[in-house]
Design a protein around this ligand. Sequence first.
Ligand code: BEZ
Ligand code: FE
Length: 296
Amino acid sequence: MHDDDTIAYFTERNSADVVIARMANAKNPRLAEVMRSMITHLHAVVKEVEPTYEEWEQAITFLTATGKMCDDKSQEWILLSDVLGVSMLVDAINTRRPSGATENTVLGPFHVDDVPERETGATISDDGKGEPLVVSGRVLDIDGKPIAGAVIDTWQASHDGFYDNQQPDVQPEHNLRGIFRTDAEGRFRYRTIKPCHYGIPDDGPVGKLLEGLNRGNVRPAHLHYIVRAPGYETVTTHIFVKGDPYLDQDAVFGVKESLIVDVDHHDDPAKAAALGVADPFWTVETDFVLTPAKSA
Ligand code: BEZ
Ligand code: FE
């Protein structure tokens, strides 16, 4: 700045201030606030890194390739946000909940709408591949009271680590997806297969970035959920299989301690028959605890 408070011409030293000063008449104050912060931090990064022209061109090429990988089926920008931990940070900021409430985690790109509702106890494994798993639990409010009629939307990868929409020629549509509703006691139960860890898509610039950083692309075994009930905040979450070797290396930082659950192995033909699964099988029990909707 000059002494008379008018802005100076752009220099290396005052770069961020000069750009920010141009926003003085912004019509949208929130946009101006966001861009002020963006410019401040972006210029600081450039000053710290001091990129060569070639490196800056590489960055532009990377961002261009990221945009080109986006269409209605693939979203490389979200994947980039995921592997940089930004998706989880935005999620954490927007889902602060009291202790005891189920924590949120990343939605991921594989959720689909318009999945069929299935009866309590039904299987979501339409191709029957994988080791049987029975999932059961309750949906509760923060005081432990059951929530009847809560809707549980679940999806997961196959036994070899692919979602049905990644393998439309291999898996039936809606394989390993289902919508369930809790009963009067807030209970739900369904059959599926035990998930295993899998690699997130690595065929684009994000995959190359992970490779360049010698970072893995694996997500530990998990089951996805969106749990909704009228009057309560919707929870988008996972449960993770305790003991999975990748729990501390999740490519998208989605693991939270409270979401890691025991998945128990059983060899008990009578119990298997009662639950409608082949023996041996696995079980997991998990409750979802919802908080009142912010507007409630
Ligand atoms: C998933 O768990 O489905 C997922 C989440 C983030 C990026 C890729 C996949
Ligand atoms: Fe997943």
